[in-house]
Structures are given as structure tokens and as C-alpha cells.
Design a protein around this ligand. Structure first.
Ligand code: PSV
Ligand code: MN
Ligand code: MN
Length: 381
């Protein structure tokens, strides 16, 4: 039943979305942003309180470093949320100028690996089952380093992390076409990520960040393929017009988000194994409200994808009815699902309009007054 699926959906928000962020040109500081990971969780809990479908929060280490991760997890559960994926960070230290796990210097590689293994320790403490690996590694100039040797170094590090994973833990390997490396990125595409994960085994899966492809890439094809191979671990949802823009999911191209969810549902991926995470930065819009809007956009795309009449579609496809098949899909996309989602929220005891309810709650005014000197997410410093 469509309503059951929508009620069961879990959308994970990223801790870094709540802090200040910006472009390489400027970070605009906003009022009321969290000063520590505890306050980030409090803000994430607001997103869950008003949407009912965002009970998980991803952490980013060391941006969210604390002395006691079990206490942080306890704090989360006291707020009605839980800690989701642990995101490693092997890109912000000076040591990583020429790469982290693929760096030609063995000392730097060892440092990066140690951080990744530390992240698994943190997963043990928080109860997280997912480690997300994104490497900024790559080169800017032909000949700068050996492309094949870098793959060997990457494989070695991945082997070590894989071997450290405990029962019920996995890692998701994220690919990105370019940036900060501009000539060759070491994990540039789903094929590279897939090959490494395939070699390693079932605890290694690929994560699809919707902002990490060349313009015009058919992302839903990648989704369908990875799901079919059991290698789709999850999503970093965000929108882009040009590069890795990290805008609100569904803002730039809601139709693409729908097409992705259509393939997820068709491929049986609407399960807990496929993580629906957001990876966004709210540079100019208010952060909590920006997350609420994004969660709602994902829900709307999901609802429309669930509405596709699969039987009618299969019949049209079998009959070679090109226009009929396309019409079935477009009918679902063109349905206004907002009343359905409002009804589900009301049935769950929530306000049917999360944006308005959050605005009325006074939470933003409260944190704007209480919090002085909030944190920067880490981007665009
Ligand atoms: C950098 O492109 C990035 O946006 C990746 O998508 C990661 O998932 C994220 O940062 C957090 O490290
Ligand atoms: Mn990402
Ligand atoms: Mn990104």
C-alpha cells in the first residue's frame, strides 16, 4: 500500500547541513547555527519532529568530534533521533594536498587509513552500521602521478577498512567526477566504485550522490543497474544545475528525482538497505527549513513514483506501446501528491504543513537568540 511505504521511508539528514557553509568565495554566517554536534542533533530532531520521516542524522568526522560518542548517541535518542552514517574526512589536512589513501607518500597513506579505521571505532560506539567514504584524491596534471599505482593504493586501503568492518557494518564508496582534482579523480564514476566494491564483497556498496555526474548523465540507469547487482548502498540526494552544487534535493530537477525513485521502487530498493541520505549545504537559505523542504521534496518524488500503475505500464511495454507506456509514467509524475502526504501526516498526529508548522514553532527565533558563535560546516572556509 502506497501509504505504508511512505510512512516507512527513512530520510537521513547530514549534520553539516545545519552549520554555516558557503562557496569558495564566501561563507555567509547565519544566526542560530549550532555550536557543537549536540546542537546539530537538536536541529536535526526538529526536521524529524515536523516531517516524521527523518529520524537519522549522518555525522562527519572530525567536524563532529566529541570525547564520548556513546553519549552523543544517547543524546540523539533523547531527542528522538539516531545517528546514521559516519562520514570520514581525509581531505581537509595539509598532508592531503596530493591525496589521502592514494598519496605517493606512505606516511600520509598510513595517516588516512588510521582515520578511516577510527571511524569504524566510532561506528561501534554510536551503533551506526554505515561508513561513507568519499576521497578527494586525484591529480591535476597528466603525468603528475601514476593512475594505475593510485588504484593499487586505493585498493589496499579499501581492503584494510573492509577487513575491519564488524558484523552488520558496511561501507559505501562514493564517486565524484571531478573537484577538487581537475584532471583525474581516483574514484570518478560508478564503474570504478562498483569494481572496487565487487572485488571486496557484500559489505562494500556504492553510494550515488546525485550531484557527482557529468551533465546529462542518466542517473536512474546507474541506479537500476547497481540495484540489480545488489550494489546500491544508498543516495546522497541534492540538486545541481552545474557542478556539485549541493542545492536542496528536488529543487533543480524534481523530474529526475522522480525517475530515480521510480527505478528504486521498481528494483525492490525501497528497503532499509538503501539509505536515502541528503548531502546538502544551505548557503543562503535557512538551514532547518531547507532540510524540511528537501525531505518533503524527496517524499513527493517517492509518492509519485509509488503511484505509477505498474500493471498498466507492463502491459503497454509488452504491447510495444511507446506512447502508452510513457503516458503511464507521466500520469503519475503529474499527480499532485501533496494532499496524500498531508493526510498521512495528519493521521500520524503531525501538522499537514511541516514548513508552516516549523515557522510557527518559534524554534528558529529561540536558537537565534540563544546561540552565539555557531560553527562552520567545514566547506568554503
Ligand atoms: C564533496 O563533494 C562531498 O559533497 C561528498 O559528496 C561527500 O559526501 C560530502 O562532501 C561529505 O564529505
Ligand atoms: Mn556526497
Ligand atoms: Mn559532493
Amino acid at each position: 500500500m502506497i501509504k505504508d511505504s511512505l510512512r516507512a521511508q527513512v530520510i537521513e539528514t547530514p549534520s553539516w547541513a545545519y552549520g554555516n557553509s558557503g562557496t569558495r568565495f564566501k561563507v555567509f554566517a547565519q544566526r542560530g547555527v549550532p555550536r557543537d554536534p549536540f546542537e546539530k542533533l537538536a536541529d536535526a530532531a526538529q526536521v524529524h519532529a515536523f516531517t516524521g520521516v527523518a529520524p537519522q542524522v549522518a555525522l562527519h568526522i572530525p567536524w563532529d568530534r566529541v570525547d564520548d560518542y556513546a553519549a552523543l548517541a544517547g543524546h540523539a535518542s533523547g531527542l528522538g533521533v539516531r545517528i546514521g552514517a559516519i562520514n570520514s574526512n581525509v581531505f581537509q589536512d595539509d598532508d592531503y594536498m596530493l591525496g589521502s589513501v592514494t598519496n605517493p607518500d606512505a606516511k600520509v597513506r598510513a595517516k588516512a587509513l588510521e582515520h578511516l579505521l577510527d571511524c569504524v571505532d566510532i561506528m561501534d560506539a554510536t551503533g551506526s552500521d554505515t561508513l561513507k567514504l568519499w576521497f578527494s584524491d586525484g591529480i591535476n596534471y597528466p603525468g603528475q602521478d601514476d593512475l594505475r599505482a593510485r588504484q593499487d593504493r586505493l585498493a589496499e586501503a579499501l581492503d584494510r577498512v573492509y577487513g575491519r568492518l564488524g558484523e552488520g557494518q558496511r561501507f559505501l564508496l562514493e564517486y565524484k567526477l571531478f573537484e577538487p582534482a581537475f584532471y583525474a579523480t581516483d574514484v570518478p564514476d560508478w564503474g570504478t566504485a562498483y569494481a572496487h566494491c565487487l572485488r571486496l564483497g557484500p559489505k562494500a556498496q556504492v553510494v550515488v550522490d546525485t550531484g557527482h555526474h557529468a551533465p546529462g548523465t542518466n542517473i536512474e540507469f546507474i541506479v537500476a543497474f547497481l540495484l540489480r547487482e545488489g550494489k546500491l548502498g544508498g543516495f546522497d540526494f541534492n540538486s545541481r544545475f552545474y557542478a556539485d552544487d549541493d542545492l536542496m534535493a528536488g529543487a533543480a530537477d524534481p523530474f529526475q528525482l522522480f525517475r530515480i525513485m521510480f527505478e528504486v521502487i521498481g528494483g525492490g530498493g525501497f528497503t532499509e538497505d538503501v539509505a536515502f541520505m541528503l548531502d546538502q549545504c544551505h548557503n543562503i537559505e535557512p538551514k532547518i527549513a531547507g532540510q524540511i523542504r528537501s525531505v518533503m521534496n524527496v517524499q513527493e518524488a517517492t509518492a509519485k513514483a509509488l503511484l505509477v500503475d505498474r500493471e498498466a505500464l507492463a502491459a503497454a511495454q509488452a504491447a510495444g506501446d511507446v506512447l502508452g507506456a510513457n503516458a503511464v509514467v507521466m500520469d503519475a509524475y503529474n499527480t499532485d501528491v501533496r494532499p496524500l502526504l498531508a493526510e498521512i501526516r495528519t493521521e500520524a498526529g503531525l501538522d499537514p504543513d511541516p514548513m508552516a508548522a516549523y515557522a510557527r514553532s518559534g524554534y528558529f527565533e529561540k536558537i537565534a537568540e540563544e546561540r552565539v558563535g555557531g560553527t562552520q560546516a567545514g566547506w568554503g572556509a
